[in-house]
Design a protein around this ligand. Structure first.
Ligand code: F0G
Length: 347
């Protein structure tokens, strides 16, 4: 069965009256990362959930199929979101499919090129505010109080319902829950969703390890960050909407939410691409960066090769091509001759 509603309907708030809006999201790869295990001396088995293969290139599609289906059921005409990019790409695509108008508010100049191009081409009404994501979300919430528009940020519980299916898929693929699960934390909806999913699907649950970027780590620092900074624009968030729920997920699972630096994120970003052939966006690399940090710290000292750690790679690398180019060598230009090309290829 294709699409998360078709596969996991009985776990979702779907009734006979709900029109299903799907782009056949979900069913993403869970890949053993042998080369990363070796490179970073991980004392455990690492499996990566590659969410970049979702229709719009991120995990947001799992939540959006449910949120947009429910919006259509409610006879909504407009959907709205604030976004660091991926939510807007997903909302815009699913809105088109459902015949809804998508309204998007983004922080000016802080959205990766791929994501902006998606929302624009899908015909969303996009406004860039001179502020950050938190400012955009505040305005969007105010709009929802005044106008008949459906909010599709992860404050909408239907988003969380859909996103929890990633945890189901991990358990289905492994035949059991992992021992640990690592993931990035931004607005904190996804860690909330994974914990809900793990709880609903298994009595044995993983310890959750959430990672925020050092310059955008309000949960770790225990206070909102006025001017969050990180190259991982997807998680450049200073006041997460699901803050309390993320803390509950962390505490109930016996886990941690901690920081990784931009430098650590970039090391992982390149390693994931160069060891495993997986092209992810920088925010996704926070997952592996956190596992490297925690391995070095001795956090996994009791782990064995039977220990299973899973990690979410939340979004596709093509979302942020500027970052990939910035982190790479410019290709040398050759004369159109066999000799020069061979020389430059260093064969
Ligand atoms: N990774 C990526 C690629 C994301 O786009 C996001 C969030 C996260 C991780 C963090 O997930 O917010 O549930 O804790 N992106 C949102 C957006 C904020 O607007 O696209 P979270």
């Amino acid at each position: 069965m294709k699409g998360v509603i078709a596969r996991y309907r009985k776990f979702l708030p779907i009734t006979d009256e709900t029109p299903i809006v799907s782009l056949q999201e979900g069913d993403t790869p869970l890949l053993r990362a042998y080369n990363l295990e070796k490179k970073f001396n991980f004392p455990f088995q690492l499996y990566l959930k590659y969410e970049g293969t979702n229709p719009t290139g991120s995990f947001k599609d799992r939540g959006m199929t449910v949120a947009i289906s429910k919006a259509v059921e409610k006879k909504a005409k407009f959907v709205i979101c604030a976004s660091t990019g991926n939510t807007s790409a997903s909302a815009s695509a699913y809105a088109v499919r459902a015949g809804l108008i998508s309204l998007v508010v983004i922080p000016e100049g802080a959205i990766a090129l791929g994501k902006l191009s998606q929302a624009l081409l899908h015909g969303a009404r996009v406004v860039a505010v001179k502020g950050n994501f938190d400012d955009a979300l505040k305005i969007v919430r105010q709009i929802c109080e005044k106008f008949p528009v459906e909010l599709v940020n992860s404050i909408n519980p239907n988003r969380i319902e859909g996103q929890k299916t990633a945890a189901f898929e991990i358990i289905d693929a492994l035949g059991r829950a992992p021992d640990y699960h690592a993931m990035p934390v931004g607005n904190a909806g996804n860690i909330t969703a994974y914990w809900k999913g793990f709880k609903e699907y298994s009595v044995v649950r993983p310890v959750l390890l959430g990672f925020q970027a050092e310059g955008a780590a309000p949960i770790v620092k225990g206070k909102p960050i006025k001017n969050p900074q990180t190259i991982a624009t997807a998680i450049k968030i200073g006041n997460p909407a699901s803050w309390k729920k993320a803390e509950a997920a962390r505490d109930e699972s016996g886990g941690v939410i901690d920081t990784v630096t931009d430098e650590e994120i970039l090391i992982s970003y390149k390693a994931i691409a160069q060891c495993e052939g997986l092209f992810v966006e920088p925010a996704s690399a926070a997952t592996v960066a956190g596992l490297i940090k925690y391995t070095k710290k001795g956090f996994f000292k009791d782990a064995t090769k039977e220990t299973i750690v899973t990690g979410t790679l939340t979004g596709h690398g093509l979302k942020d091509p500027d970052r990939a180019i910035a982190e790479s060598q410019k290709p040398p230009v050759a004369e159109p001759t066999l000799e020069d090309v061979v020389e430059k290829l260093k064969i």
